[in-house]
Design a protein around this ligand. Sequence first.
Ligand SMILES: [Zn+2]
Length: 342
Amino acid sequence: MLARRASPPSGVTPSNYGPTMAHLDTRMARTHVKRPFTTLVLAALVCSAAAVSAQPVDYSKLEIKTTDLGQGVHLLGWQGGDSLILTGDDGVLLVDTSVAEMGDKIKAAAAKVSGKPIKLVINTHAHADHFGANEAMAKGGATIVAHANLRERMAKGQRIAAFNQTIPPSPPAALPTVTYADALSLHFDGETVQLFHVPNAHTDSDTLVHFKRANVIHASGTFGGDGSYPFFDSSSGGSLAGMIAAQEKMLSLADANTRIVPDEGDPGSTAVLRACHDALIEIRTRVQKLIDAGKTEDEAVAAKPTNDLDARWVRPGGFLTGDTYTRMAYQSLKAGSPPAAR
Ligand SMILES: [Zn+2]
């Protein structure tokens, strides 16, 4: 269901707050990225800083790595929009369904942990590697829960400017049937699962999922794990200010032992989340200073405001370099925070 090549979306109205990521993309292509992101696997793996590759993904070769996080919670990792499951007497609760091609593997991995059916699904945000197998899960009897903006974006289809990606409208059977606005609590398998909407962060449809007993938080796309700047998708309503606010919400929920599940990869600790948050605050302060001094975007990038931070937060081989992140920050700050993120 994912378009790998860009084409004008039919009936899709891009929701942009200020400069688009296509603009960012053009600048990156001119400066340090050798080719624009047109035909890349980001069509499927839009969230992942490490996912840029010119090679199509062979999903038949991807394996799910299952990690026990305790209290019935397991991480199902596949280097994309990683999933979580909660298992117990009530059945299986699944956070994020992955791309359509991985749905059967997600089901099989869940079945290895629990013989019970997938009853509830939560989609953390409206990127296709988080909702792609929704229809299969719904047909299997699961109820799908998400923020109202996610349902709207899925129903209309989307244009993700950063990656020149068009996601067609989803079929009705794939859409969440339960939506919420600000917060929602689910009581399942003896666990209290709290959903919090954080406005205009990774996207405008993010849900943080807090498993209170297990002391695990799924960060949606608002945390990149250790060693990666967290990506935000301006063309889907994301912003730097919203990312910082989302991280502050998670820090308010966490204690020293909380595991924070990023888009992809191993869970991070509260200490790593705090370090990432502090880095984003630094970047915001430094880039805002350059904006206030009247610097152009190129001049701001040339000033290398992230220089001392990149060693820790630029993932080798990933597309989020210090220069790229500076451009994203500049554009987001220049555009101003979307109203909901203020
Ligand atoms: Zn994402």
